[in-house]
Design a binder for this molecule. Sequence first.
Ligand code: ADE
Length: 263
Amino acid sequence: MRIDVVTIFPSYFTPLGESLIGRAITEGRLAVGIHDLRQWTDDPHRTVDDAPYGGGPGMLMTPVPWGRALDETLLLRPPPAAGSVLVIPTPSGRRFTQGDAENLVSTGHVVIACGRYEGIDARVAEHYRARAEATAGAEHPEAARLRVAEVSLCDAVLAGGEVAALAIIEAAARLLPGVLGNADSPREDSFGPVWDGLVEGPSYTRPEQWRGLTVPAVLRSGDHGAITRWRRAQAQARTRIMRPDLLRTAPGDDPGEPGAQAP
Ligand code: ADE
């Protein structure tokens, strides 16, 4: 899998050299390219922003360097990948999910456009969405497919797309074969199939007693059937309290294909 990030703050991405992701890169499971948007400017000040039409606070990122940057980085798609996903992190996007992370891995090439200031001129997403629609209808199945996903990391506004990009990269990279020690662990994560898409209940390790709190007896019983039933009930109880929104999507309801393009 290859991930290309376009940003005005390349140094934000130095932590990718650490831990699981750092090892995935060293072992050749993941290739990451970090590109400075300003290399696609052509004025002495390397300008990437301008005032918004219609007024309003702050500055917007101008489409000219973005068009050049994305045209070039989309060409970096590695040979086995059938297409690319252009991810644009934005607080006004669709919520990024575990399903999206899985889709990014199966596509094989991801380009992440990190906006700053008040975001990127809306024509950038519009232009690549139109291009994506054209490739979706391409007659030749081998034609490189493009998808565009404007995604939000959380219902809070960040200073830019970089932190969201780091989170998206980590969510996808840990799903690559060989990155996690236990290949089955994503199945048992929150949102995974073991929990029917719910969040996981509480977990415990040694010591059995800590500050007057005891590990639930069922987990020490050795009765695997009882443990499974208890964990399922805990996942449901915790989801009801923490994430009731996840329960509203009853099995059979189609919330839209994860990774699908926002309307
Ligand atoms: N950029 C600023 N805020 C964001 C958010 N919540 N999610 C994704 N990108 C963002």
